[in-house]
Design a binder for this molecule. Structure first.
Ligand code: NAD
Ligand code: UDX
Length: 477
């Protein structure tokens, strides 16, 4: 059996590496139009940072795992074609700011149709709006020159989270496969089940109809993000009342019906998926006339924007209502720890918000390159997923500095903002940082990972999300 995967990104690369590792008799080729990305996949400096990924790639690459730009050849030869291209939010036209942009997906479908001389199973790996398979089916059927070629479309959404992708792929809670309820549809489902059954217990491989599988992915992300917005909303109330959000989260999380995961209040959720997929869900709801349902889910995104803005306002108001010309150290730019990914990271909005008020930010992140940070800070919202964005916000860059160690970021700074929960941030010598900062020295812990009591002992004024105010501030001196 031959598998091709169109899209060598955060999903296509790791997913196919795991398939190749667990199915040594299957040839897996990951293809992409981006030559640089493919070059990097063929080197020891992979295009994405994901713990454990390099080891797996090294074991399989050249054996039964290949990365190539020869899309036509490998897609043409494959029995199963996974499509794992980006499906960003539209930036212009009807549905701008909400609907999924399926340009890349449609391009991939047209390519599959044009090179197919044998029947294929086409697997939606990308997250797509419900009913996409119907549209893709039409594109495939009407563009294939060989009338004997049959396409069977399956939905097999990916649930991995970045930073833990390899573990998630090795031991997933479940794998979901949706297909048509026809003889050929069931046969295609069985074929894909047999691939995953190489390493995943059969009871964890769920099958469903196509629309359920497509919708389950959007729903899963909406529910996960909703938990974060819910606890973030409560964090605002905690700050106003003297309650402690971590104690509240612990108290509710021990109710087995609620569960204790995904209840960490934060400066806001980021990542390429949550916001995009909820907006996409809202747009689908609106398109079928479900305005109230769309509004309900849109609140999850609004609350997230509010949380990021609230954080910026907290920093500014705490620092005597002015951050003008003040150096602010930013610890962490990635949207979560253990990844170098910055897509929709809350750090972008927080830094831009501080700069708009006159601050000078100095960023340190252990994995994100300076080039990436400068690119993010000069790119308008939603444009990051496109190679040639037109308008740039270069004025932002005059006020951004990127350094390669945390102590340098703190030197001469008025404040430190912790925006990503990197473990190394917990281990620093904060006394040494304090000594080199302008006084009063502030710390704004947007992830609640630091030892606040100890920091206060050193002399810092500490603001932590959803935590009672610094006793120093309550006393009013
Ligand atoms: P990505 O941007 O990292 O990768 C997509 C790749 O597809 C890019 O390298 C791009 O060059 C390539 N591509 C686009 N059109 C192509 C074409 N016609 N031919 C060949 N290559 C083409 O995106 P990603 O993060 O891997 O996400 C892919 C999909 O998976 C999205 O729909 C996303 O919502 C979904 N998803 C992502 C995650 C995640 O954690 N990143 C998790 C689950 C699902
Ligand atoms: C998410 C989903 O978890 C995954 O199943 C899906 O396939 C892709 O989208 P990802 O975005 O990679 O994965 O990371 P995730 O761990 O879900 O974190 C998303 C954002 O939420 C991060 O910014 C993270 O810091 C934030 N978060 C997460 C919180 O603020 N609090 C939490 O309790 C959990």
């Amino acid at each position: 059996m031959k598998i091709a995967c169109i899209g060598a990104g955060y999903v296509g690369g790791p997913t196919m590496a795991m398939v190749a590792l667990k199915c040594p008799e299957i040839e897996v080729v990951v293809v992409d139009i981006n030559e640089e990305r493919i070059k990097a996949w063929n080197s020891d400096k992979l295009p994405i940072y994901e713990p454990g990924l390099l080891e797996v790639v090294k074991e399989c690459r050249g054996r039964n795992l290949f990365f190539s730009t020869d899309t036509r050849k490998h897609v043409g030869e494959a029995d199963i074609v996974f499509v794992s291209v980006n499906t960003p939010t539209k930036t212009c036209g009807i549905g701008a700011g909400r609907a999924a942009d399926l340009t890349y997906w449609e391009g991939a479908a047209r390519l599959i149709a044009s090179v197919s001389t044998s029947s294929k199973i086409v697997v939606e790996k990308s997250t797509v709006p419900v009913k996409t398979a119907e549209a893709i089916g039409k594109v495939l059927k009407r563009n294939c020159l060989d009338p004997n070629v049959q396409f069977e479309i399956l939905s097999n959404p990916e649930f991995l989270a970045e930073g833990t992708a390899m573990e998630d792929l090795r031991h997933p809670d479940r794998v979901l496969i949706g297909g048509a309820d026809t003889e050929s549809g069931r046969k295609a489902i069985d074929t894909l089940v047999s691939v995953y059954a190489h390493w995943i217990p059969r009871e964890r491989i769920l099958t469903a109809n196509l629309w359920s599988a497509e919708l389950a992915k959007l729903t899963a992300n909406a529910f996960l993000a909703q938990r974060i917005s819910s606890i973030n909303a409560i964090s605002a109330l905690c700050e106003a009342t003297g309650a402690d959000v971590q104690q509240v989260a612990h108290a509710i999380g021990t109710d087995s019906r609620i569960g204790n995961k995904f209840l960490n209040a934060s400066v806001g959720f980021g990542g390429s998926c949550f916001q995009k997929d909820i907006l996409n869900l809202c747009y689908v709801c609106e398109s079928v006339g479900l305005k109230e349902v769309a509004e309900y889910w849109f609140q999850v995104v609004s609350m997230n924007d509010y949380q990021k803005q609230r954080f910026v306002e907290r920093v500014i108001s705490a620092m005597f209502n002015t951050v003008s010309q003040k150096k602010i150290a930013i610890y962490g730019f990635a949207f979560k720890k253990d990844t170098g990914d910055t897509r929709e990271t809350p750090a972008i909005d927080v830094c831009k918000g501080l700069i708009r008020d006159g601050a000078k930010v100095c960023v340190y992140d252990p994995e994100v390159s300076p080039e990436q940070i400068f690119r993010d800070m000069s790119t308008p919202k939603f444009e990051w997923d496109r190679p040639n964005y037109s308008r740039s916000q270069s004025h932002m860059l005059d006020n951004v500095q990127v350094v390669s160690d945390a102590a340098a970021a703190a030197e001469g700074a008025h404040a430190i903002c912790v925006l990503t929960e990197w473990d190394e941030f917990k281990t620093y010598d904060y006394q040494a940082m304090y000594d080199k900062m302008v006084k009063p020295a502030f710390i704004f812990d947007g992830r609640n990972i630091l030892d606040h009591a100890k920091l206060r002992e050193i002399g810092f004024i500490v603001y932590a999300l959803g935590k009672p105010l610094d006793p120093f501030l309550i006393k009013g001196y």
